[in-house]
Design a protein around this ligand. Structure first.
Ligand code: FNR
Length: 441
């Protein structure tokens, strides 16, 4: 569904990863994009917290970090998601909202204001659903943002007690010039287990011209890929936003169908390691993916894990030679490795050459997949440089983490800081299919 030619985000006919605290951090957003989501929302970040942040280019991780004065990374993003990520904020003040939007707008595709959070921490500051009973404030915040920034502005609401009031509110929101409105089809006192009001979202969709993004269909309607379109049709909405179903299995966005939890979990873990996710966020996401297996011995150990190391003991991460080489280059402050992969016309097999520090390395491996030959080339390069190729001993951890903040700050923040690889002494068994092929070299 991604339209690569449109640089300005369009909210029609899209599958969207919903904003979710802890879950909506960089690893999950990238995984959702890999599986087919078109747009991904970050977790709600509070304006007062964001306002203290400085923008930092993290050359080790190749990310842009918004770092608070106490060194906590509040928002982490990267080039890969730049045209797809919507920054969601919690705010009750138009000028503060504008300051935050201007701070981040060049790194994101859109800005969203959360008007659907029913939690006390949000409502007592006049944010979340508290805004729904203050339409003048909604108008002030949204029109200030629309006039003040160049990126599209959206908001996410819940439905009001009456349909008429809801439609009136959405029409007022539409007049502010927002690009779309996301509607969670539940009232503020309704919980996730209550049925979603598809008919009300439908009536809203038909009453306004801006795209309506339907939300609230997980569990009841969205159990697999086909459910996303079913929910769109039931609500007549332009797009569908998925929260819980994507949190339980982000491969819900895959047209070809759901992948097994173990596979998704490993792919998630690779991103979590690559982007130095705090262990408590990683653990939270893994527990959600394993929710039916949490009573197993392995599930219980995961639940009890107090560090990344304890998580990896249960779920040995899949580290590839390419990842090791990349990390080594980052550590040496070298440009990242460049792979040139060619296909031989006679048998359509691939071969690859990697350039590191102006030197070329190639393997004698010709294979039918690019992935395999690039990994082989990375192994040749690592060995030539006298580095471990990544066959690591079970139980040892390939990464050393420099913590920039302590545990109690983990929630509602993206990550912890930089990651580096201690490549020389680590060994671990790697189970990935492709790696088995590579390691026969
Ligand atoms: C949420 N939700 C949410 N909504 C939002 O606008 N900002 C947020 O940060 C969060 N955080 C959050 C965390 C977790 C763990 C869950 C489960 C939910 C609400 C979410 O985006 C969505 O509106 C509801 O879950 C309904 O959609 P689904 O789950 O039926 O697809």
């Amino acid at each position: 569904m991604i339209d690569q030619t449109v640089s300005r985000l369009c909210y029609r006919n899209k599958m969207i990863l919903a904003p979710m605290v802890r879950v909506g951090t960089l690893p999950m957003r990238l995984l959702a994009l890999d599986y087919g989501a078109d747009i991904v929302y970050c977790e709600e970040l509070i304006d007062l917290k964001m306002i203290q942040c400085k923008r930092v280019v993290n050359e080790v991780l190749d990310t842009i970090d918004y770092v608070a004065s106490d060194e906590r990374v509040i928002f982490r993003t990267c080039e890969r998601e730049k045209n797809h990520v919507v920054f969601q904020m919690g705010t009750a003040d138009a000028q503060r909202a504008l300051t935050v939007a201007r701070l981040v707008e060049n790194d994101v595709a859109g800005i969203d204001v959360n008007m659907g959070c029913p939690k006390e921490y949000s409502t007592k500051g006049g944010m979340g659903v508290a805004l729904l009973s203050n339409p003048d404030k909604i108008e002030a915040i949204l029109s200030t943002l629309v006039k003040g920034i160049t990126k599209p502005v959206t908001c996410k609401i819940r439905i009001l007690p009456s349909l008429e009031d809801t439609i009136q509110l959405v029409k007022r929101i539409e007049r502010t010039g927002v690009a779309a409105v996301a509607v969670h089809g539940r009232r503020k006192e309704e919980r996730p287990q209550h049925p979603v009001h598809c008919d009300i979202i439908k009536a809203i969709s038909e009453a306004v011209s801006i795209p309506v993004i339907a939300n609230g269909g997980s569990q009841e309607i969205i159990k697999e890929y086909a459910g996303i379109e079913e929910f769109r049709q039931l609500t007549n909405a332009s797009s569908v936003m998925v929260a819980r179903a994507a949190m339980w299995n982000p491969s819900i966005f895959r047209r070809e169908g759901l992948l097994p939890a173990e596979k998704v979990l490993k792919e998630y873990l690779s991103y979590a390691i690559k982007y130095d996710s705090h262990y408590s966020n990683t653990k939270y996401c893994l527990c959600q993916m394993l929710r039916e297996k949490l009573e197993s011995a392995q599930g219980k150990k995961l639940h009890a894990a107090q560090s990344n190391e304890e998580i990896w003991r249960e779920y040995p991460p899949q580290i590839t030679p390419k990842m090791i080489l990349l990390e080594w280059c980052r550590k040496q402050k070298l440009p990242q490795p460049v792979y040139v992969t060619v296909q031989r016309p006679s048998d359509r097999l691939f071969n690859s050459v990697v350039t590191v520090a102006d030197k070329n390395y190639s393997s004698s491996c010709w294979d039918k997949t690019k992935k395999v030959v690039e990994q082989s080339t990375a192994i040749v390069c690592l060995r030539s440089l006298g580095l471990s190729d990544g066959r690591l001993c079970e139980g040892e951890n390939p990464f050393t983490h420099k913590r920039k903040r302590d545990e109690e700050h983990a929630s509602n923040t993206e990550s912890t800081g930089s990651t580096s690889l201690d490549t020389n002494k680590k060994k671990q068994s790697i189970t990935d299919e492709n790696m088995t092929t590579d390691f026969r070299l």
